[in-house]
Design a protein around this ligand. Structure first.
Ligand code: HEC
Length: 370
């Protein structure tokens, strides 16, 4: 029994050793070989392009440096897959970057991209594969280089309160390997008309740190904090807003993100709340110019619910159907649209409409890649 089993294992071993090298030599190239044969002329033998390469001569275009870990890590592998398969022009890059769809199989393209990703060596930058879609309310866990213009219209047609428009500019900048600094400037106006001053009424500096990431399972988690400083003379207090954000990939096309955050007015913490939110996004297409719909659930728990008829519900729930629309070919300029529907305590507002214009400035200028 034992000897038979041993014999068959031995046979399989001998067979596989004797057959596999011939199969490999005939049909399969390693990522490194594919790179040296197809890419190195332009991208350089170790991934650093040569300034004096006559191939780029007058064009003024030089391929990016694959050995730079910040650059290499932040580009999602599937974006590179699209560039290599369909060529630079299809993704709003230079047409000097050829399309390899007739030369390399999808498997070989994946192999060469894996190899190229390795050229940056080992580092602690989180992988851009976990840079998911920006939700309307949920905080992202991935650190970004981004400028976002956030517009919100609060529709109070059926209430005595007035409609309100809020505009926010948010600037996010990565520093070190896992930190992001941010600054939000907001301006509110009633009835769409400025209520007296064109001034910014809130400044919100923030910091975020990636505490955990696992590129193989595609999960990432961060902690962060913001301070909302009110610049106007008003009754509202400055706020401290700590949060935890986590995100993960459910499948090729589905992602989930969630945040737990607390808004704590510095004057009286008990006027604050704890908010849990979560969103699932669907990205049916790998092309940037496409719709990526999502559904977000927000529940806000007031720390002090008050008493009497004005007593707040245990939790205020709202649902935000939304979509991201990629505007340009390269994918660094996007528009997010959403509508927030209160599910209970509907006296708060009727609807909130959101429009976010996002510019991921690390991937190119606002006007490049169209
Ligand atoms: C004929 C020259 C040439 C060859 C061959 C070539 N590339 Fe490129 N590649 C370029 C240029 C030029 C760019 C930069 C385009 C730009 O920035 O507008 C580029 C851009 C890229 C990018 C996009 C990087 C970014 O900025 O996001 C990737 C990924 C890439 N190449 C991978 C490859 C791979 C893998 C191969 C081989 C299978 C290859 N290239 C072969 C010239 C070439």
């Amino acid at each position: 029994m034992f000897t038979n089993k041993f014999k068959s294992i031995f046979l399989v071993y001998i067979l596989s050793v004797s057959i596999s090298p011939t199969i490999q030599a005939k049909e399969s190239f390693s990522g490194k070989e594919i790179y040296q044969n197809n890419c190195a002329v332009c991208h350089g033998p170790i991934g650093k392009p040569d300034q004096d390469n006559p191939l780029f001569g007058q064009s003024g275009v030089l391929p990016a440096n694959f050995t730079d870990p910040l650059f290499s890590s932040r580009e999602p592998g599937k974006d590179w897959f699209m560039v290599v398969k369909h060529g630079g022009a299809a993704k709003g890059f230079s047409e000097i970057m050829p399309a390899f769809k007739d030369v390399l199989s999808d498997r070989d393209i994946k192999k060469v991209i894996n190899y190229v990703k390795g050229l940056a060596g080992s580092h602690r930058y989180p992988s851009g594969d976990m840079n998911f879609i920006l939700p309307i309310r949920t905080k992202k866990a991935f650190p970004e280089d981004e400028i976002v213009w956030k517009f919100r219209f609060q529709d109070d047609a059926n209430n005595s309160k007035r409609d309100q428009v809020r505009n926010v500019i948010e600037i996010e900048k990565r520093i070190f390997e896992r930190v992001q600094l941010s600054l939000e400037l907001s301006h509110k106006a009633d009835d769409g008309v400025d209520n007296g001053s064109g001034n910014i009424d809130q400044i919100e500096p923030g910091i975020k740190y990636v505490v955990y990431d696992d590129p193989s399972r595609q999960v990432i988690s961060s902690v962060g904090a913001l301070i909302a400083i009110k610049t106007e003379e008003s009754n509202s207090s400055d706020e401290f807003i700590p949060y935890i954000a986590a995100a993960g990939r459910l499948s090729e096309t589905l992602t989930i993100q969630g945040t737990a955050r607390s808004t704590l007015p510095l004057r009286k913490f008990s006027n604050g709340n704890v908010e849990l939110s979560s969103v699932v996004h669907w990205s049916p297409s790998s092309w940037p110019r496409s719709f990526k719909p999502g559904l977000e659930l927000v529940s806000s728990f007031p720390i002090d619910r008050g008493t009497g008829p004005g007593r707040k519900s245990f939790s205020q729930l709202s649902l935000i159907p939304q979509t991201q629309i990629g505007l340009n070919k390269r994918g660094q300029v996007m528009l997010n649209l959403g509508a927030e529907i209160p599910l209970n305590d509907s006296g708060r507002y009727d609807y909130r409409w959101y429009a976010y214009l996002i510019w991921d400035f690390a991937d190119g200028g606002l006007f490049s890649g169209w």
